[in-house]
Design a protein around this ligand. Structure first.
Ligand code: ADP
Ligand code: ASP
Ligand code: MG
Length: 433
């Protein structure tokens, strides 16, 4: 088959799937099998096992505020190792292969170090290598900024986004994401052993899941897939069989056998909360605070400000962020000089969320979530909602129990009998926004 007639397959292997020599060889066999089936094969690899965590720990041993440009120089090495080793394995199997860094592969990003966004994919070098009948291995999670010409990384889990971006650029039918679980589940299978594998999920639901902690697909990879119409097949690298197809709402509707109103329970246990006490209750103050945080590159999650009740007209404002950004956030607030009377932080914060496109038309879901957590004696510290999600901020150590209780209460388990709609047959969209 001439290269012009072949389909292009983009496969991504996560950290566990390339952890040891055996796993790298197994991934190499899968990639070669795709090539042998007549496809043009491109594989995106993550760093091996816990390499990225170890590199982060090494940086923090040296500095508690590591320079972000140098952080990217350091972190981008992990995926290069995997690609070079896998190329060697493929050579030994008698095929031609070439490994490329993100920059060599044409992944162009903005210059926001450690959380860069892909702005262009210039895949000519990949196409040339494919035309020369090579298998191409691309180091995930990294790119190059055209502005600074520096190496950038795409945020934790960013190899998913590299793969989706390449699938879009190369016109692949589907982007195959090989990982250590069999697909996207109704909850993290590590916490809920009877979680159910979703055979299909819409971009919208998967976006909410990724945004609220289901780290199986990086949020930006799902955004990119939705914006460019890339179908994702998330599946196990250790066993065969179908995983989860992440597709448009229309395709998901057609494929779904059943339409539960709640699809999944997600969680995070690595957040921190900052509370600013005694801030002036007047226009512009919140703008000042959140502009400073945005300029420091911090993603703020849930925000609560309460009305002042005392005569002093002073309010309290709380927000949650990634725990790893706590120091940067408190530095940014301190630099504002006396915007609040006090700053309190709690670095043991987590969040549980319940997600489902069907929630829009089912009242009573929020009430049930609060009741279930109440019955577990779990204190809800903050609440936020979207039309298809309810999130509760709770103490990090109560997260596993909360996930299990909600998963059970909403009948999401593999063998569960689905409970009745809590509001009966008449639906009104009453999820608070
Ligand atoms: P990879 O290294 O392959 O990218 P990740 O560790 O980033 O893998 O993501 C896979 C992990 O995501 C699983 O091992 C699982 O513990 C976790 N996870 C969290 N929520 C979910 C979910 N809803 N469905 C599947 N996996 C989930
Ligand atoms: N190695 C990076 C991480 O651990 C990127 C990835 O695996 O997708 O976050
Ligand atoms: Mg990942």
């Amino acid at each position: 088959m001439s290269p012009g007639e072949s389909k292009t397959v983009v496969m991504k292997f996560g950290g566990t799937s390339v952890a040891g020599a055996e796993q790298i060889k197994r991934a190499a066999r899968r990639i070669v099998a795709a090539r042998d089936a007549g496809n043009r094969a491109v594989a995106v690899l993550s760093a091996r096992g816990k390499t990225t965590d170890e590199l982060v720990a090494q940086a923090l041993e040296i500095s508690d505020r590591p320079d972000s440009r140098e952080m990217d120089m350091l972190l981008s090495t992990g995926e290069r190792i995997s690609c070079a080793l896998c190329a060697m394995a493929i050579h030994d199997m008698g095929h031609k292969a070439i490994s490329l860094t993100g920059s060599q592969a044409g992944i162009v990003t903005d210059s926001s170090h450690t959380k860069a966004r892909i702005i262009d994919v210039r895949a000519d070098r990949i196409r040339e290598a494919l035309d020369e009948d090579r298998i191409v291995l691309v180091a995930g999670f990294q790119g190059v900024s055209t502005e600074s010409h520096d190496v950038t990384t795409l945020g934790r889990g960013g190899s998913d986004t590299t793969a989706v971006a390449l699938a879009a650029a190369l016109g692949a039918d589907v982007c195959e994401i090989y990982t250590d679980v069999a697909g996207v589940f109704s909850a993290d299978p590590r916490i809920v052993p009877d979680a159910r594998k979703l055979s299909v999920a819409s971009y919208e639901e998967t976006l909410e899941m990724a945004a609220s902690g289901a780290r199986v697909l990086q949020l930006r990879s799902v955004e990119y897939a939705r914006n460019h119409g890339v179908r994702i097949h998330c599946r196990s690298s250790f066993e065969d069989g179908p995983g989860t197809l992440v597709v448009s709402e229309e395709e998901a509707e057609q494929e779904k056998v059943e339409q539960p109103f709640v699809t999944a329970v997600t969680h995070t246990d690595d957040e921190a909360r900052v509370t600013l006490t005694g801030i002036r209750d007047e226009p512009g103050v919140a703008g000042e605070i959140f502009t400073a945080l945005a300029e420091a590159g911090i993603n703020v999650d849930v925000i609560i400000q309460n009305e002042p009740v005392g005569d002093d007209e002073l309010a309290d404002l709380s927000f949650t962020i990634d725990r790893s950004e706590l120091l940067t956030a408190t530095d940014a607030i301190a630099a504002l000089g006396g915007v609040s009377q006090g700053v309190r932080t709690d670095d043991r914060i987590g969040k549980v969320s319940i997600i489902g496109a069907g929630m829009r038309s089912h009242p009573g879901v929020a009430a049930k979530v609060f009741e279930v957590l109440g019955a577990e004696e779990i204190n809800i510290e903050m609440i936020s909602t979207s039309p298809i999600k309810i999130s509760c901020v709770i103490s990090a150590d109560r997260v596993p129990g909360a996930v299990q209780a909600l998963h059970e209460a909403f009948g999401l388990g593999a063998d569960a009998v689905r409970p009745e709609d809590p509001a009966g047959a008449e639906h009104r969209p009453t999820i608070p926004s």
